[in-house]
Design a protein around this ligand. Structure first.
Ligand SMILES: *[C@@H]1O[C@H](CO)[C@@H](O)[C@H](O)[C@H]1NC(C)=O
Ligand SMILES: *[C@@H]1O[C@H](CO)[C@@H](O)[C@H](O)[C@H]1NC(C)=O
Ligand SMILES: *[C@@H]1O[C@H](CO)[C@@H](O)[C@H](O)[C@H]1NC(C)=O
Ligand SMILES: *[C@@H]1O[C@H](CO)[C@@H](O)[C@H](O)[C@H]1NC(C)=O
Length: 494
């Protein structure tokens, strides 16, 4: 007697996957850091002065690392631009750069300092304290006229993540591929890098900030490489109502079915805050605070092999339910508005309960809802948007959203609101998406998440389990149609 063939190979598959995860779970930490700025970043500094500034930040990061190592954490992520800030020109950042070797050189920087070109940051960043550490810094790589892409100043400058293992060995290096429009100080690598590494507590992938809006390398790491957990340093300015950090990053983890360890910087002037540790089924820990200027540590347990966890969400057919609905959108209360530079078609939810549909281009969105008690100051709309976003990056969106508006004044729809008073007894939102990449967001008053209060059904409906525990700011299916994106732009090439 033997197992049927299909069953036997399924068992083998599970066993080999389990071998990569000797531990069922691990303890993850992220640190939201308020980056110490130089007194005057307009003035060029010498490398020694740059090091003094960087030390102010690495000392703070090292304190957080030691604290979580003492608590028995396996890994900690620190933010993008966490060692020096983002305000540099290409020339001014030069004294801060280090030539970071390929991890294949098998190097423990503090054990063998000076083995490569001067690398004081790498050498200081990491001591042997039994925890994996993820940090963001900048790499420089010399080039010359034999390379037609070589910048005129003779080197490439990359926004770079580094990972040290529990002994302090450099095990991963990732050069950011999708630079934000303001990052003129950096180049992106000619070919995107897919950086992964294995540990006894799971299989990891890594990328940075704006990468999360694009297909490559982010989606490839989660889907083709099947990474269990993604390490994600970021410096994310909150863009309500649909792209605040905790909202979008938790939705990405759920939509892609991975753990996401997201460490943001905090900067109240630029609206940067919001870090979290997100599992595929629900956020496990998160932090959002626009007033605090101190650092913040988050620590929580995660499943090592997220794909094998019993909580792992089943595959979703995103357009199944909405495509089966016959109801045509009524043109009552139909109007258009702009949310973060994207044109939306809206219909207002005038009644405390009902069914609505709204379409734009090829996307039709459907909503059934019942408010617990409609507060008369709260205005809610159902919106649909189907088109190419072109501000601060170009990417194709398909969005269905139930949104609280600032007021009944037509001109303020889509404007930034952070609070609401109306709770919902039920909502069910769906859309006729052309893409399989849809990120489900539920955001409550005060920019709070709704862990464990909602789910996506296999037919693509985003529904709540019970009455919402807090008033609702937005309920959104944020679809990304990557095939319709323009080719990777040349925006940051010199
Ligand atoms: C790091 O510390 C551990 C335990 O304290 C020790 O066994 C190991 O040899 C150390 N590694 C290095 C490279 O110093
Ligand atoms: C130019 O760069 C290439 C690749 O890094 C290197 O092999 C070559 O020696 C360099 N040539 C000169 C003249 O520096
Ligand atoms: C890590 O383990 C996974 C799963 O066993 C395997 O597919 C992958 O190739 C390994 N990756 C590295 C970088 O060793
Ligand atoms: C935020 O960053 C900017 C630089 O972009 C800096 O001028 C400002 O002082 C920072 N704000 C706080 C509150 O740290």
């Amino acid at each position: 007697m033997g197992l049927p063939k299909a069953r036997a190979s399924a068992v083998l598959l599970v066993l080999s996957a389990l071998e990569a995860c000797a531990l069922d779970s691990y303890v993850a930490a992220v640190y939201e850091h308020n980056v110490v700025l130089s007194e005057d970043t307009e003035v060029p500094v010498c490398p020694e002065e740059a090091l003094v500034l960087m030390d102010k930040n690495t000392v703070i990061l090292e304190t957080a690392i030691k604290e979580v190592a003492r608590q028995g954490c396996n890994i900690i992520v620190t933010p993008e631009d966490g060692i020096y800030i983002w305000v540099f020109t290409r020339e001014k950042i030069h004294p801060y750069l280090e030539d970071i070797p390929d991890p294949q050189v098998d190097w423990i920087p503090y054990v063998a300092p000076g083995r490569f070109t001067p690398s004081p940051v790498l050498e200081r960043l990491r001591r042997n304290n039994s925890i994996y550490v993820v940090a963001n810094m900048a790499d420089k790589k010399p080039c010359n006229g034999s390379d037609p892409r070589c910048p005129s100043d003779g080197h490439y400058q990359y926004n770079t993540n580094v990972v040290f293992d529990s002994e302090g060995k450099l095990v991963a290096r990732y050069h950011k591929y999708n630079l934000f429009v303001t990052e003129k100080q950096f180049n992106y690598p000619k070919d995107p890098e897919f950086v992964t590494f294995n540990t006894s507590f799971g299989y990891f992938g890594i990328f940075t900030c704006a990468d999360t809006l694009y297909h490559t390398p982010a989606v490839v790491l989660a889907s083709r490489f099947q990474a269990d957990s993604i390490l994600f340093p970021t410096a994310w300015g909150n863009t309500l109502p649909l792209l605040s950090a905790v909202q979008f990053h938790s939705a990405w983890a759920m939509g892609m079915g991975v753990n996401l360890l997201s460490a943001n910087t905090c900067n109240s002037t630029l609206g940067m805050t919001g870090s979290g540790i997100y599992a595929p089924d629900s956020p496990r820990a998160y932090y959002y605070n626009t007033e605090m200027e101190n650092g913040q540590l988050l620590v929580t347990e995660l499943s090592s092999c997220s794909h094998l966890s019993p909580d792992y969400p089943a595959a979703v057919n995103w357009k199944l339910y909405a495509s089966s609905i016959e109801q045509l959108p009524s043109n009552d209360h139909y109007f258009t508005g702009v949310v973060y530079h994207d044109l939306f078609s809206f219909t207002e939810l005038t009644e405390p309960e009902g069914n609505h549909a709204i379409c734009q281009q090829d996307l039709c969105c459907h909503l059934s809802y019942k408010m617990a008690e409609k507060q008369k100051d709260d205005v809610y709309v159902l919106g649909a948007s189907d088109g190419l976003h072109v501000i601060e990056g170009e990417y194709y969106l398909q969005i269905c959203t139930l949104l609280k508006c600032k007021s009944t004044d037509l001109n303020t729809r889509g404007q930034l609101v952070e609070t609401a008073q109306t709770k919902f007894e039920m909502f069910s939102l769906s859309g006729t998406f052309g893409t399989n990449y849809v990120f489900p967001e539920v955001l409550y008053s005060g920019v709070q998440l709704a862990p464990g209060e909602f789910q996506v059904l296999h037919d693509g409906c985003l529904i709540n389990w019970t009455s919402t525990s807090k008033p609702v700011l937005s309920v959104t299916l944020f679809g990304r149609w990557y095939e319709k994106d323009p080719p990777h732009t040349q925006q940051a090439s010199p």
